[in-house]
Design a protein around this ligand. Structure first.
Ligand code: HPA
Length: 261
């Protein structure tokens, strides 16, 4: 695969999966050593910054969280020139400060998923135990936090994201357990995305948008809350992303090693 000049990689999740978010779009279909991404990467611009976008669940939302080809999505972004990647992930709020429509910038995660392709390295041969103490790349997370401070809907600059298997939503007892474990939010897609990004040497961080109270935490049905809050949550996440992009583009471009994580 050829490697293009640097641009910011974006992985759009539920509610943020349309390439029309970009200006001056050009589709760049490709395959990777791990197969084809969920949708063809789209090159374009956002806030005047060159970006490359992949719809995590595909353009028709056809890939459920446990079947997304996370490896191919990230490898395709890298081949299209991404060194910094921002994931946009819808979550349910567990902490009292993360109601529907609010944003958080998680700095930690707990992985409850199983049976997903968790690593680039699946057979004999080269393998590295990448450090993952801080699963979000600090410079990217810091840029998002700094941009968030300037916004009206200021995101909480920390939080523990519990990653569940899905595609079903959780039980009350599962959310109580996640809360006891210290999770502030629950979603289905941060892993293995964050770990594979680290293995590829990409500087990755997540913008989490709360679209519902986690199971048992709200007074109404989760789908009612999702329908009602999706527009506000996606608008807030996009505002944050646009505010952060110039600073992300100004980060020193790392080589393919772990010095920037
Ligand atoms: N649970 C898991 N994933 C989610 C949720 C939730 O409540 N909301 C959005 N993604």
């Amino acid at each position: 695969m050829s490697v293009d000049p640097p641009r910011i990689g974006l992985i759009g999740g539920t509610g943020l999966d349309q390439p029309e978010l970009l200006e001056a779009r050009v589709e760049r279909p490709m395959t990777t050593p791990w197969g084809t991404p969920s949708a063809a990467p789209v090159l374009g611009e956002m806030a005047g910054v060159p970006v490359v976008f992949v719809a995590r669940h595909g353009l028709e939302h056809e890939w459920p969280p446990h079947r997304v080809n996370y490896r191919a999505n990230l490898a395709a972004l890298q081949a299209a020139g991404a060194r910094v990647v921002v994931g946009l992930n819808a979550v349910g709020g567990i902490a009292s400060w993360l109601g529907p429509g609010c944003l958080a910038l998680p700095d930690q995660l707990i992985d409850y998923t199983w049976g997903r392709c968790q690593s680039l390295w699946d057979g004999p041969g080269e393998m590295r135990h990448v450090e993952f103490t801080d699963p979000m790349a600090p410079p990217v997370h810091a840029c998002l936090c700094e941009a968030g401070r300037r916004l009206e809907v200021a995101p909480t600059p920390r939080g523990v994201y519990g990653v569940t298997q899905g595609p079903r939503l959780e039980t009350r007892a599962e959310i109580e357990r996640l809360a006891r474990d210290g999770c502030d939010m629950v979603g289905m897609t941060l892993m293995p995305e964050a770990a594979i990004a680290r293995e590829l040497g990409l500087a990755y961080a997540c913008i989490a948008l709360s679209v519902n109270w986690a199971a048992g935490r709200g007074a109404r049905g989760l789908h009612v809350e999702m329908t009602e809050s999706m527009a506000a949550a996606t608008a807030a996440a996009l505002a944050l992303l646009r505010a952060a992009l110039p600073a992300l583009a100004a980060l020193p471009w790392p080589s393919r090693d772990e010095s920037f994580t």
